[in-house]
Design a protein around this ligand. Structure first.
Ligand SMILES: Nc1ncnc2c1ncn2[C@@H]1O[C@H](COP(=O)(O)OP(=O)(O)OP(=O)(O)O)[C@@H](O)[C@H]1O
Ligand SMILES: [Mg+2]
Length: 391
């Protein structure tokens, strides 16, 4: 599958995106207002699914149409500063403030931090922001692009959703993204929204082939299976898995290492859990046997409660074969990545204790639990090697 193009004949914009043609069609329909879709669209989706990448493609399309783009992005550290997001979006339009009516002008000056006075009412600021955008669009049609709206300060979020619901039939478009983390979507029936899907296996392969044509096939297959259609994982994992270090599939690490951005994304929800829940997840991550784990014997009588918490947080799930698995393989990697070395050794020791009936697995756990050469482990590993040869 080749990279997608956006635009009508003669105005094609190469997006470099794989598997997003229907999403791009929708964006084009919103921008060109061909389907009377109301002029705004919100993209929802998991971290790394490609929301910002689609916004970039939309900005390119708008540019090719001769539209002006205004951009803002929510940021966690600005979420408590009232109107920080609106300020980002509207600062380029400050020269037009003087053309607004005096009430609107002063409302915007105060809200955006350019003037003194009591904070004007939300409705006055909202109508002022809409008037300003409509005024600017008289000169040149424009698209307001707001990324990561989940981190907008509440005041900006209110104003921008007011605006987004009132641009139908005008020369203003509003496109925004909201990062979701598996929870059901906050539906806002009055603005078009699209929940972005993961790529399928064929699209994932195509993305890897386009970006990393030299990747060995076994590495590519493993990445497709671990990434589960998450484009960020697809573009980042190859950096940790140089084919020459892992010449065959069985030499690839059982738990894949993560890049910094992947770690940040996939560890965020785990870092917030209680230490006991994380201990339990670490056991699950390092065990990897798929067989029931008598967690009580390792983490105590509350094990079931911690499993419940992890399930409620949508980190693990009981699959059709009744085994407990991570919802996303990279969350498993993140659990391991977050643990300190001594925690990992402790977990391996506990797992070796649980797996007495399986000498091979027990030996590997003991090897990972010890610091250096160990007589008992060496003998166990040697026996395991002999058994393997016999098999
Ligand atoms: N369809 C695609 N084809 C090729 N590359 C893609 C595609 N979608 C996303 N990417 C790439 O994957 C990476 C992650 O995408 P992006 O940053 O857009 O995700 P996001 O949904 O905005 O994530 P976040 O929630 O963290 O903001 C980027 O490097 C982007 O270029
Ligand atoms: Mg993004």
């Amino acid at each position: 599958m080749s990279a997608e193009h956006l635009g009508t004949e003669g105005q094609g914009v190469a997006t470099g995106l794989t598997g997003r043609s229907s999403e791009l069609d929708l964006i084009r329909a919103v921008i060109d207002d061909t389907a009377r879709l109301g002029g705004s669209l919100t993209l929802f989706g998991d971290p790394g699914v490609g929301k910002s990448a689609l916004l970039d493609a939309a900005a390119d399309l708008a540019g090719a149409r001769g539209m002006r783009t205004l951009r803002a992005a929510g940021a966690q550290f600005e979420a408590n500063i009232a109107f920080a997001g609106l300020n980002q979006l509207l600062v380029p339009l400050v020269p037009l403030f003087a053309e607004l009516g005096p009430d609107h002008e002063s409302a915007l000056r105060v809200a955006l931090g350019f003037g003194e006075g009591a904070t004007p009412s939300r409705i006055l600021i909202s109508t002022a922001a809409l008037s300003l955008l409509l005024l600017a669009a008289e000169e040149q049609p424009l698209v307001a692009i707001i990324d990561d709206a989940q981190w907008l300060d509440d005041a900006s979020a209110d104003v921008l959703s007011f605006v987004a619901r009132r641009v139908a039939g005008t020369r203003v478009r509003v496109l925004s993204t909201v990062r979701t983390t598996g929870e059901p979507l906050r539906a806002r029936g009055d603005v078009n929204s699209l929940t972005m899907r993961s790529l399928d296996d064929a699209e994932s392969e195509a993305l890897l082939l386009a970006r990393y044509p030299d990747l060995a096939e076994h590495v590519r297959r493993r990445i497709v299976s671990e990434a589960q259609g998450n484009p960020l994982a697809l573009v980042e994992l190859p950096a940790t898995l140089a084919s020459d270090r892992y010449p065959t599939a069985d030499m690839l690490p059982a738990v894949l290492p993560l890049t910094e951005r992947l770690t940040r994304i996939f560890t965020a929800r785990i870092a917030a859990l209680a230490p006991e829940t994380r201990d339990l997840l670490l056991l699950l991550a390092l065990d990897g046997s798929g067989q029931a784990l008598s967690a009580e014997s390792v983490v105590g009588p509350d094990a079931a409660d911690h499993f419940d918490i992890a399930e409620r947080e949508r980190i693990i799930v009981v699959d059709s074969r009744h085994s407990i698995v991570f919802r996303h393989p990279l969350v498993r990697s993140a659990v391991v990545e977050l643990a300190r070395p001594e925690q990992r050794r402790k977990a391996h020791r506990a797992l070796a204790g649980c797996r007495r009936a399986d000498p091979g697995r027990r030996a590997w756990h003991l090897a990972d639990a010890s610091f250096g050469p160990d007589e008992e482990v060496a003998t166990l590993l040697q026996n395991e090697a002999i058994q393997a040869l016999k098999r």
